[in-house]
Design a protein around this ligand. Sequence first.
Ligand SMILES: Cc1cc2nc3c(=O)[nH]c(=O)nc-3n(C[C@H](O)[C@H](O)[C@H](O)COP(=O)(O)OP(=O)(O)OC[C@H]3O[C@@H](n4cnc5c(N)ncnc54)[C@H](O)[C@@H]3O)c2cc1C
Length: 488
Amino acid sequence: MEHQFRVVIIGAGIAGLSCAKYLIENGIDDFVILEAHDQIGGRCQTMQLLDHQLELGAESLHGEISNNPLYRLAEEHHLIDIDDRGSDRDDCYHDEEAESIDEDVIDEVRKVYDEILEKKVAAYPYENYPDISLGEFVSAEIEQYINIKKVILDKDELDEQQKVIDWLSKQHPYLNTIGCNKLTDVSVQGWNSLERLPSNNQYNDEAVYMYGGFSNFLQTVFADQLNENQIELNTIVKRVSIREEEQYVDIEIIKNNQELITTYQAKHVVCTQSVGCLKQSMHQMFIPPLPHAKRMCIQKLAFGTVNKIYLGYSQPFWDVDFQTFNFLWDTNDNDTELQLECFAKTSFTSDWCKSITGFHVHPRLPNVLVTRISGEAAKYIETIPDDLLAMAFQELLYHFYPDNQTPKPEQLIRSRWFNEPFIRGSHTFIKIGSSMHDIKQLAVPWPNKPAKPLILFAGEGTHERFYGTVHGAYMTGIREAKRIIELY
Ligand SMILES: Cc1cc2nc3c(=O)[nH]c(=O)nc-3n(C[C@H](O)[C@H](O)[C@H](O)COP(=O)(O)OP(=O)(O)OC[C@H]3O[C@@H](n4cnc5c(N)ncnc54)[C@H](O)[C@@H]3O)c2cc1C
C-alpha cells in the first residue's frame, strides 16, 4: 500500500506538532500529520494588522521558565516578548446612566471576590462533600458580604456594589479563559483541579507574549523541523477504523475538498482533535465505535467558547492615558434589555450585550480596542455580520460613554471559534456532572493494552492539571509520543 506510516497524527495544533517533534528527536520519522485547515496552529492563530500581531486564540504564556516548558523553547529561538510597560493608565467604570463608579468601590468588592476565589473556594473539601457549582459557592459568600453591607449602606450604594459584583462575575477569568456561560456551569472540583502556574522569575507580573505571535512560534519551533512529506494540510480525516484483529488502523481522508476518499494505514493514530470536535464527530469517525466509557467522558466534559473582537479606528477617540472602558450593567431591571437601534430592522436580538463587560486599548496598537465574550453570547454574535456588529459596538460604547463621540470602527477583526468546523469552541472545562476522572479517561489509549495502543488521545482536553492551555496541549503531545517510543 502506498500510504503506510508507523504513526498518523490528526491535527497540527500544538499537541500534534509537539508529538511530531518528539518522535523525530527520538528517531521516529515515519509519520504524517493530517490537518483539516490550510494552515497549522489550531487554536493558536495570529493575524497581522499593520506591523502588529493580533492573536485570535492563545495570547500569552502562563507561569515561568521553571514550570512551563514553552519558555525554554521560545527563549532558544529568541521569541520571548515581554510587555513591561506597566499599567499606570486610566481605567474608567461607567454604569448605564453613564455615571462613573468610584474606583474605591471596585477595589473593595474585587478584594472580597478575589479572596473568595483564591482562598475560600480552594479550601472547599470537595472530596468529602457533593460537588457544587462555582456560581453557587460564590453567591453564598457574596450574600454574606452584602448582608453586612446592608446595615451600613443606603440603597444607591448597595445598588452600586451589586453592579460591581455582577461585572466581576461576568469578567471573571474563569468565564474569560474557559468560555463557560455562567459560573453556575463550572464545578468547584473543576476549578480546584485546574492548576494555575505561578510566575516568580524575571518576567514577574508582566505578560509574556511571542515575537511574531503564536503562529510564528509554532512555525519556527515545530513546523520548520518537519520535512514537507510529514505534514499534509487541507486534509480532513473522516474515519478511523481498527483492522485485522487490531494489527493496524485505516484512516480515510478527503484532500482539498474533493469527493475522493483516500485510505492511509498506520500502526498508531494520535487524535488531537478538540473535545468540541470529538463531541460532534465521535459517532461517525471511529469503527468500531469508541468504548462506552470514552464516549461518556467526551459527552460529559464541557467545551466552552471565548471569542475575541478587535475594533480598529483611524485614530483613538479616547484620551492617550486611557486603558479601559468598563460597562457596569444595571442589575435591578434584568427584564428591560437594551434594544440596539442597529438591530431594529433585523431579526437579531440584543440579549448578548450584557455579556460585554467593556473594552481595553490594545497594549501595542493605540487605536485598537479589544474585548472578549464568552459562552452562549459568544456563539450568538458569531452569526451577526461584521458591519452590523461594528454598529452594535458603536452604540454600546456610546450608551455607557456618551461624552465620547464614538465613531463606527473602521475595522472589525474577530474569532469565530464555535463555528470553526474543526475546532467547535475554545476550551475544555469541568462542568457540574463531570470530573477530573473524565479528563483522565479521555487520555486512555484504545485498545487499552500497553503493548499495542492503536488509537491514542492527546490535546488540551486530555491534560488533567493544565487542560485549556497551550502548555497543557504541548505536554500531552509529548506524553503520547513517549508512549509510542517506549514500544520500539
Ligand atoms: C480565545 C482563546 C484564547 C486562549 N488564550 C490562551 C492563553 O493565553 N494561554 C494559553 O496557554 N492557552 C490559551 N488558549 C488555549 C490554547 O489555545 C489551547 O489550549 C491549545 O492551543 C489547544 O491545542 P490543541 O493542539 O490541543 O488543539 P487544537 O489547537 O484545536 O488543534 C487540533 C487540530 O486538529 C485539527 N482537526 C480537527 N479535526 C480534524 C480532522 N477531522 N481532520 C484533520 N484535522 C482535524 C484542527 O483543525 C486543529 O488544527 C486560548 C484559546 C482560545 C480559543
